[in-house]
Design a protein around this ligand. Structure first.
Ligand code: FMN
Length: 221
C-alpha cells in the first residue's frame, strides 16, 4: 500500500522552506513511521496546461495534450490514500486548479452519461490540509475557500474526503504563529510546528485508517 501527497505551492524562491512542502514532508514522515511509503509531489516541479474541453479524454481517460498531467494522474489513481496540502492563494494555486479541473472532467463526462459510473479514483480516501498567511482568525475562511473548494472537486472525482470532525469536515487548516518583517520583500512566516505535528498525527491517522478499511473491503483477486 502507498500514499501520495500533493504539495501545491507555486512559489519558487521559498525552495524547501515552502510551508506546503514542509507540511508534506511531515505527513510523509508520519506515514513512514507506520511503514507506509508516501511519494511527495511538489507541483513546482510540474507544468500542466488548462482543460480546453476537446473531449478526447472521454475515450482515453487521459489528456491528449498533457503528458505531465497523465503521469501524475496515473500515480493518483494507483494510490491507496492521498493528501492535498494547499496554501490559500485567493483561493488556490493555479497549477493545482488545472490538475483538479482535468481530473474532474475525466470523471464528470462519464458520470453524466451513466450515474453508476465509477471513476478510477472511486473511494480513495483523501486528506486536505490548508494554510495561508494569517493566524487563527483566518482558518474559517481557509476552510471555505481552500478545503471546501478542493473537496468539491474531489467529490466529483469520487474520492472520499476524510473529515477531521463534524466542524472540520473537509480537512485541517493551520495558522501562522507569527509574521516577522525582515529584509526580504516577502513576509517571513513562523509556525508552531509542535502544535501542527500533533494535529497532523491525528488527521493522517484517520486518513490512513480509511485506506486500510477500503483495502479490507475490496474483493480479493
Ligand atoms: C498569489 C498569492 C495570494 C495569496 N493570497 C493570500 C490570501 O488571500 N490570504 C492569506 O492569508 N494568504 C495569502 N497568501 C499567502 C500564502 O498563503 C502563504 O504565504 C502560504 O504560507 C504560502 O505557502 P507556500 O510556502 O507553500 O507557497 C497568498 C500568496 C500568494 C503567492
Amino acid at each position: 500500500m502507498k500514499a501520495v501527497c500533493i504539495c501545491a505551492s507555486n512559489i519558487l524562491h521559498s525552495g524547501e522552506h515552502s510551508t506546503s512542502l514542509r507540511i508534506g514532508v511531515r505527513i510523509a514522515e508520519l506515514l513512514k513511521g507506520w511503514d507506509v511509503p508516501c511519494e511527495i509531489i511538489d507541483l513546482r516541479n510540474e507544468m500542466f496546461s488548462p482543460y480546453i474541453g476537446c473531449g478526447k479524454c472521454f475515450d482515453s481517460r487521459r489528456c491528449v495534450n498533457d503528458g505531465a498531467f497523465n503521469r501524475l494522474y496515473d500515480k493518483l489513481t494507483q494510490a491507496d490514500a492521498l493528501c492535498f496540502v494547499s496554501p490559500h492563494y485567493a483561493p488556490i494555486p493555479a497549477k493545482q486548479a488545472m490538475l483538479l479541473e482535468k481530473m474532474e472532467q475525466i470523471t464528470f463526462l462519464h458520470w453524466w452519461k451513466d450515474a453508476n459510473y465509477r471513476s478510477q479514483m472511486y473511494g480513495i480516501p483523501v486528506g486536505i490540509v490548508s494554510h495561508g498567511g494569517g493566524g487563527q482568525w483566518a482558518l474559517k475562511s481557509y476552510k471555505a475557500m481552500v478545503n471546501d473548494t478542493i473537496a468539491n472537486a474531489l467529490d466529483t472525482v469520487q474520492c472520499r474526503v476524510v473529515p477531521l470532525d463534524s466542524q472540520w469536515n473537509t480537512g485541517l487548516s493551520f495558522p501562522v504563529h507569527h509574521v516577522a518583517q525582515e529584509e526580504s520583500i516577502f513576509p517571513v512566516q513562523q509556525y508552531d510546528w509542535e502544535a501542527i505535528d500533533e494535529k497532523l498525527k491525528e488527521y493522517v491517522r484517520l486518513v490512513w485508517q480509511e485506506a486500510c478499511l477500503r483495502k479490507e473491503a475490496a474483493p480479493q483477486p
